[in-house]
Design a protein around this ligand. Structure first.
Ligand SMILES: C[S@@+](CC[C@H](N)C(=O)[O-])C[C@H]1O[C@@H](n2cnc3c(N)ncnc32)[C@H](O)[C@@H]1O
Length: 260
């Protein structure tokens, strides 16, 4: 059996170089190559953030840019969970093929994947690497945790995400309406698109953050309905000034029995 490829999946935080951990910096210094996934054919600002990290902490490593296979997005907006999962699965398979091609040329070497935030939250790198492994290519995989947008949101607002002895539900903008309908009352939402407050019944407090950890960082908090128009204004502003927008928010039901 040939030597495996050694893979380090490194959480890099969400945009601030200050949020790299010492463990991540050590791991970056040991890489032979870094595999960067470009979603916008050379214009991906998140690749530039990663390139800066590589230049500073992994200058010895070769950068290999893989163009992200196209993804069918229609099922994100319309369609049921099954068609959404099918579209994601096709995309993951294409990514696994692209990753496998690069990894196969690095037997015995250490290759790094720089994952936004922490690899455990809404990131499929680890899943895709398991798919690569199932093709028979030998891989060892180390995961190095990073600071997630979830932690940044809490820190920026000085929040404890759970109320005493209760739960936090972490979900996506796509699934928010379902969570509200089933009575969940402390919901952290990632992968936001537009926040449709009209579809969220009841009274809610929101703590919102956009492009956290970057020079463009934006924060808003207060009553959901009062803040929604300004959140959309801020999302547009970030898209223009930073060239990208990523945001998340905590929603907490208020009113009788739900005092924040
Ligand atoms: C594909 S998920 C990746 C999450 C990442 N693995 C983490 O641990 O934060 C992307 C989502 O994370 C959130 N996010 C990531 N970076 C962010 C940032 N700098 N500011 C606000 N939200 C961010 C947004 O909800 C975005 O849609």
């Amino acid at each position: 059996m040939s030597e495996p490829v050694h893979v380090s999946v490194i959480g890099i935080g969400c945009g601030s170089p200050d949020h790299l951990t010492l463990q991540a910096i050590r791991a970056l210094g040991q890489l032979d190559a870094v595999l960067l996934t470009d979603k916008r054919s050379g214009e991906d600002p998140l690749v530039h953030v990663r390139e800066q990290i590589v230049a500073e902490h992994a200058a010895q490593a070769r950068s290999v840019v893989v163009h992200d296979p196209p993804r069918e997005r229609r099922a994100d907006h319309v369609g049921d969970q099954a068609s959404y999962e099918q579209a994601v699965s096709v995309w993951h398979q294409a990514r696994a093929t692209a990753f496998a091609e690069v990894l196969a040329t690095h037997v015995g070497r250490r290759v790094g994947f720089l994952v936004w935030g922490d690899p455990a939250f809404y990131d499929s790198t680890l899943r895709i690497l398991e798919q690569v492994r199932s093709t028979g290519l030998g891989l060892t995989i180390d995961t190095i945790p990073g600071i997630s947008a979830i932690q940044l949101l809490a820190a920026r607002h000085g929040l404890v995400l759970n109320e005493i002895g209760t739960s936090i539900t972490v979900t996506t903008g796509r699934r928010l309406a379902d969570e509200v309908a089933r009575g969940t009352d402390n919901i952290l939402v990632m992968l936001n698109r537009t926040l449709d407050a009209a579809s969220i019944e009841g009274d809610w407090q929101i703590w919102w953050g956009g492009n956290l950890g970057t020079e463009h960082e934006s924060l808003l908090a207060g009553d959901l309905r009062e803040n929604t128009p300004q959140i959309e204004v801020e999302r547009d502003r970030l898209r223009t000034t930073a060239g990208w927008v990523m945001d998340l928010y905590l929603l907490r039901r208020t009113g009788p029995g739900h005092s924040p």
